[in-house]
Write a new protein. Structure first.
Length: 364
């Protein structure tokens, strides 16, 4: 048996978040937040495993000071909420997962005791009564969803100043079957969260003004405005409606301002960058910059998704050349006309998806 300190950062509301929102984007977001937490491990805790909504850390040997453990938790907490603010600032996705990240919270369980390690193939696992206690402490009587809970195995509470904020510690205990009473102290983190500043404002790159003109392409779609928009911005679905596209290279994540993806189309690489979005009750405008990497050409795309009725929308696309060294203007105009087929494909995809969703709902 080895002496060890156990640290479990746990994302509160994870199960509800997954069950009530789009599973794919919620998974991307949770994975991103878990990576942020892991990156802030400054006390050299061993990463034992990811337990769905939580990270299990432990560190063998003498326990770090109580103050350093608190600082470690606060470092992870601030990084977690800073990233949530960045997601809220930059998201262009209107799905439930991307719009509900503000409901996610983070709590910490810190416990000390003994454990033993064993190997399963290449993996090192830790076990023992204190590992069980640490996990049982995730179910407790602490009010709220954001706090640091430190078991009395690590000593009693000590005053801890965080800038102008003093952490107020409270004593409590919970009883667990086959274990008995486990005393601990806890402090809530609401004041710390409120003191986290917003991320700096994101400036859009300097681009020529683009607005609809007589070269704008448009098509009506028998699908709600939000459904059409969500299909449009979904990077993985580009191969389903863009003619000649073979694949898309991108870093799996939710769609956000500044993110890039490269489409391989008709022997060319097209680098798309999300520039900005504008949301109104009856219209959504989506701007992206597209670089034709082989042709040293940049264009600006403006997609306008307009609500005609609750069940019908119109999607319009305006393309404006920003700069070009290899494409004469008349060839560019021909390319724009050819994109009409892409809009037809997008229309078909949206309508088919909606029909499938309606059929599934009817079966349920």
């Amino acid at each position: 048996m080895d002496k060890a300190t156990i640290l479990i950062p746990d994302i509160s509301g994870f199960t509800e978040f997954l069950s009530q929102t789009e599973i794919e984007h919620s998974t991307h977001i949770i994975n991103e937040l878990l990576e942020i937490i892991i990156a802030e491990n400054k006390l050299d805790f061993f990463l034992s495993e990811i337990e769905g909504d939580a990270v299990l850390f432990y560190r063998k040997g003498e326990a770090p000071t109580r103050e350093s453990l608190i600082e470690q938790c606060l470092l992870m907490f601030r990084a977690f909420h800073h990233q949530l603010k960045i997601i809220a600032r930059d998201t262009v996705c209107q799905c439930g997962a991307c719009q509900m990240t503000h409901n996610l919270n983070l709590k910490f369980i810190v416990h000390a005791g003994e454990l033993f390690e064993y190997k399963i193939n290449r993996f090192v696992k830790a076990s023992g009564i204190d590992m069980i206690i640490a996990h049982r402490l995730l179910k407790n009587q602490v009010p709220g969803d954001e706090y640091i809970l430190i078991s009395d195995k690590l000593g009693g509470p000590a005053g801890h100043e965080v800038g102008d904020t003093s952490l107020s510690w409270h004593k409590a205990e919970d009883r667990y079957d086959s274990i008995g009473a486990v005393p601990y102290h806890y402090t809530t983190l609401q004041a710390i969260r409120e003191a986290i500043p917003p991320p700096p404002h994101r400036d859009n790159p300097a681009l020529e003004q683009i607005s609809p003109d007589d070269r704008t392409l448009s098509i009506k779609v028998m699908a709600p405005m939000k459904h059409v928009y969500q299909t449009l911005v979904n990077v993985e679905k580009r191969v389903l409606w863009v003619n000649g596209m073979k694949k898309v290279d991108w870093q799996p994540s939710t769609e956000r301002l500044g993110t890039k993806h490269v489409c391989f189309t008709n022997g060319l690489r097209l680098e798309h960058t999300i520039i900005k979005t504008e949301f109104e009750a009856s219209e959504i405008r989506y701007y992206e910059k597209v670089r034709f990497l082989e042709l040293l050409t940049e264009v600006m795309n403006l997609y306008q998704v307009k609500k005609l009725t609750e069940e019908e929308s119109e999607i319009a696309l305006t393309i404006k050349m920003q700069r070009s060294y290899l494409i004469p203007r008349f060839i560019f105009n021909t390319m724009v006309k050819g994109i009409k087929n892409d809009l037809e494909n997008l229309k078909t995809l949206c309508e088919n998806e909606l029909q499938q969703e309606t059929s599934l709902s009817a079966v349920k």
